[in-house]
Design a protein around this ligand. Structure first.
Ligand code: HEC
Ligand SMILES: [Cu+2]
Length: 335
């Protein structure tokens, strides 16, 4: 390989990597951006991140600078002897042990402080919700209000929300970067974190612990709302669910929907293998917030769930187009 082809190859590899790197700088207002905190809890992490980052930058340039300088200054030259050897020099050894130790201590103190302050339960009687991880969707319970939903979390803006997280199967990780750090969802264990948004808006989240085939399709949305929207949403969710009309109920009973799903107030529909379908029409997305909730996407879903979401635990139930239409009419009206 000539030097020129080698250079060309290196350039060819560098360009796409540079493109990938720069794409990280794109400005997408609802992106999952840790460096763009939208609440006090994510801001605490942000204000720890920046000083640690700049210390790391200074250390990097100092160490790499000394290395490059030495490589150049003491490079081999005809007739030049071995440079002065400093191995075992006590004063140098002590200096370059103490400086990093002091730096690490300087980083550790605020880090530990932040970890403790993030893990404290907010004072007073905060809104509490429970998020249960399933392969590959989020069950969201509001125990104080006594209802359950999925994949979309509504919270009042400007207030801390204490979130209990656990898992029904494997380890997942709850991550809404603009509102808080990551927290693992572990089977047989309850962890906690607090989320809070300064302002109303939609904040995107994602499972951050590889959990199988559709890990990438395990997303979530947090809707932070002003008081009037929040109260209106609560009122909608607390309404009794519209009961399935006989035509819908007979399809659902024949296909065993109730063996996996709950519809409040409908006998035989009290399972949590799949999302609670009470007020399904209220959600803007479904299946791990992977698809927009519209007739087209629901049709594709009911036709063959694992066909559109790899590994999905809802099987192809061989529904006819007519059955699908009847089910969708009910599901979408189920506000
Ligand atoms: C064997 C269990 C099982 C059966 C039977 C089943 N489902 Fe599901 N369903 C699931 C699971 C699991 C999910 C979540 C899949 C995911 O997001 O990965 C789901 C998701 C859904 C969703 C999307 C909900 C959301 O908010 O994400 C709808 C709608 C749905 N099912 C409707 C039905 C209907 C209607 C029937 C009966 C015709 C049915 N399901 C039968 C397990 C089942
Ligand atoms: Cu997961």
């Amino acid at each position: 390989m000539t030097v020129r082809t080698r250079k060309r190859l290196a350039g060819g590899a560098a360009l796409p990597s540079l493109g990938l790197l720069l794409s990280g700088c794109s400005q997408n207002r609802i992106a999952q951006d840790t460096l763009n905190p939208a609440g006090p809890y994510s801001r605490k992490i942000d204000s720890l991140f920046w000083p640690v980052f700049w210390i790391a930058v200074a250390v990097f340039f100092l160490v790499e600078g000394l290395l490059v300088f030495s490589l150049y200054r003491f490079r081999h030259r005809e007739g030049r002897g071995v440079p002065k050897q400093v191995h075992g020099n006590k004063r140098l050894e002590i200096t370059w042990t103490i400086i990093p130790a002091v730096l690490l201590l300087g980083v550790a103190v605020p880090t530990i402080g932040t970890i403790f302050s993030l893990s404290r339960k907010p004072p007073g009687r905060p809104l509490q919700i429970t998020v249960v991880g399933h392969q590959w969707w989020w069950e969201v319970k509001y125990p104080q209000q006594k209802f359950t939903t999925a994949n979309e979390i509504h919270i009042p803006a400007g207030q801390p929300v204490y979130v209990a997280v656990t898992s029904i199967d494997v380890i997942h990780s709850f991550w809404v970067p603009r509102l808080a750090g990551k927290q693992d969802l572990e089977p047989n264990r309850v962890n906690h974190l607090t989320i809070q948004a300064d302002r109303p808006g939609v904040y995107l989240g994602q499972c951050a612990e590889f959990c199988g085939a559709s890990h990438a399709n395990m997303r979530l949305r947090v809707f932070a709302e002003d008081q009037s929207h929040w109260q209106a949403w609560l009122a909608d969710m607390e309404k009794p669910a519209p009961q399935p009309p006989p035509a819908v109920l007979s399809i659902m009973q024949a296909k065993g929907c109730g063996g996996c799903h709950t519809i409040d107030g409908v006998q035989g529909f009290a399972a949590d293998i799949g999302p609670n379908l009470t007020h399904f029409g209220n959600r803007s997305t479904f299946a791990g917030a992977t698809f927009r909730n519209n007739v087209q996407n629901l049709t594709n879903w009911l036709k063959n769930p694992p066909g559109v979401k790899p590994g999905a635990d809802m099987p192809d139930l061989h529904l006819t187009p007519d059955q699908i239409q009847t089910l969708i009419a009910y599901l979408e009206a189920n506000q």
